[in-house]
Each structure stands twice: as C-alpha cells, then as structure tokens.
Write a protein that binds this ligand. Structure first.
Ligand SMILES: [Zn+2]
Length: 276
C-alpha cells in the first residue's frame, strides 16, 4: 500500500495519489495564479490577497516553495492581462510593481519568459506616447556610439543581426544560339550582350552587434559595420515579427533591417521616437 503524495493517507495498491487529492491540488494551483493575476493587473488589497492564497495553498496541498513559484506565474499572468488592451497604463504598471514588492519577487524570477522585460518595454512606449523621453535603461560601461550633445540613449538591443539588401545585376535573353564552342570553354558572340538587364535583390546578413536607439538616431555597432541613421533621413519603416526594416532617403540607399527578436517593441519604439 502506497501513501497519497498529497494527503499522506493510504492510497491503495500501487497508487501514489487519490484522484480527489490530485484534482484539489490542480484546482488550487490555478486558483492561486488567477487570484494573483487579477490583483496584479487591476490592483487590490495585497494583504488580503496574501491570506487568500495561503488559505487556498493549505487546502490544496501546495507547499510554500510551490506557492512562491505560483505567485511568480500569477505575476506573469497579470502582465499578459495588462497588455490585453494593447498598452500598459500607469495604474497597471503600479499594480504590477506593488505586487512584485509585496511578495519580494526578484527581477530574475519574473523574467524567465520575458515578462519583466515586457513590463519595462510597455512603460518605455507609454512614456514616448505621452511625449516624454524615457529614462529607464541603465547602461553599464561605455557604449561605442558617438552621441551628439543633446542626444539620449533610450534603448540598447544586444546581439542584433543586421541585414542589407544587395542588388545583383544579371542579363537575360539576347539572341538565341549565341555561343560557339572553341578549344577551351565557351566563347560568347557579340550578340550575347544585348540581353535585358535584370536586377534581383537578395538579403545579406552583414553583421551582428549592438543596436542603440536614441531620441535622434538609430546606431549600429558590430565588428565590421558601424553607422548611424538619423530619423529624419528615414522615409519608410517596415514592421517584421522579429525586427524592423528601414529605407533611407537617398537614391542609392538599399533597404536595411535589424533583427532584435521583438518586432512589436522595436517597431513601436523607433516609429514613435521618430515622431517625438
Ligand atoms: Zn490523498
């Protein structure tokens, strides 16, 4: 006879749990996550929340270590709920911060799936949309960007893949039967060069490095490419799921794109900063 891992009472031959105990446990866990998620996104009495979830935990065989992990999951759920309507409001940000403080949740524990970063990104975007320059990024060490006097770094993305669109020219068509075989290789007759010039483009991974966004420029710094692009020299932005494409205002400029891993944030950040 084995004992139930939840209630500790005999569970029967070759059994480790009572069906009812397992059910109670699973229900309790999801109740804790949703209680925390609700208060985290809407705000509420944190002391009351704490006693409610402790009660649920006690009734559903959730130990204190598991409870901490569930509170962190609830916080992540709250971030999801807060972004449901698109933008993170100041009240939502406050509720999330207070919840984090009350339960002493670490930034690391909350960023397992990027929820903490998402909160910061949401706050940065709200600052910009309110017409303010965000000062939420602390940079350790020197950045390899030669900033102008009144320029402020708003965000730095690391390990960004930079792509350039290269135009290749080739010739197609021309007269038929243009070549004759001579002793070595092929010899092209003059007629062969009257083909139509066709341009095809191809995207090339040019470098990987830091992408800095300021209130005036996009900076890129990698081992082989370093440059900046002024917002007022960009004529078009293209949103990608994992980054952004830009087209500079010059006849010879080729499309450039940056893969940051987060198209939602990158596109909103850059296009709105360019309007600030
Ligand atoms: Zn049991």
């Amino acid at each position: 006879m084995g004992n139930c891992i939840y209630c500790g009472k005999p569970a029967g031959f070759l059994r480790k749990t009572h069906k009812e105990c397992k059910q109670k446990h699973d229900q309790g866990k999801s109740e804790i996550v949703s209680l925390v998620g609700k208060v985290g996104s809407e705000g509420g009495d944190l002391k009351h929340l704490e006693s409610s979830i402790e009660q649920v935990a006690a009734n559903s065989f959730v130990d204190s270590e598991s409870l901490r992990a569930l509170v962190a999951s609830g916080w992540e759920k709250a971030v999801e709920l807060a972004f449901d309507d698109g933008l993170l409001s100041e009240q939502e940000e406050t509720a999330l911060s207070e919840l984090k403080e009350h339960f002493g949740l670490s930034q690391q524990a909350l960023d397992r799936t990027g929820s903490y970063s998402k909160l910061v990104k949401g706050a940065v975007l709200r600052d910009i949309m309110d017409g303010n320059l965000p000062e939420r990024m602390k940079v350790d060490g020197d950045l390899p960007f030669n900033l102008q006097k009144t320029e402020k770094v708003v965000w730095v993305f690391q390990n960004v893949n930079y792509y350039e669109e290269k135009t290749r020219t080739r010739y197609v068509g021309g007269s038929q039967g243009v070549s004759i075989r001579i002793a070595k290789g092929l010899y092209y007759r003059t007629g062969a060069f009257k083909g139509e010039r066709v341009q095809t483009s191809e995207t090339i991974h040019a470098d990987t490095g830091l992408l800095g966004i300021t209130n005036k420029h996009i900076y890129f710094a990698g081992p082989s490419k370093m440059f900046r692009i002024a917002f007022n020299k960009i004529v078009a932005f293209e949103p990608f799921s994992d980054g952004i494409g830009v087209q500079r205002d010059a006849q010879t400029a080729k499309p450039q794109s940056f893969q940051t891993g987060d198209g939602w944030f990158t596109y909103n950040l850059i296009t709105n900063l360019a309007q600030l």
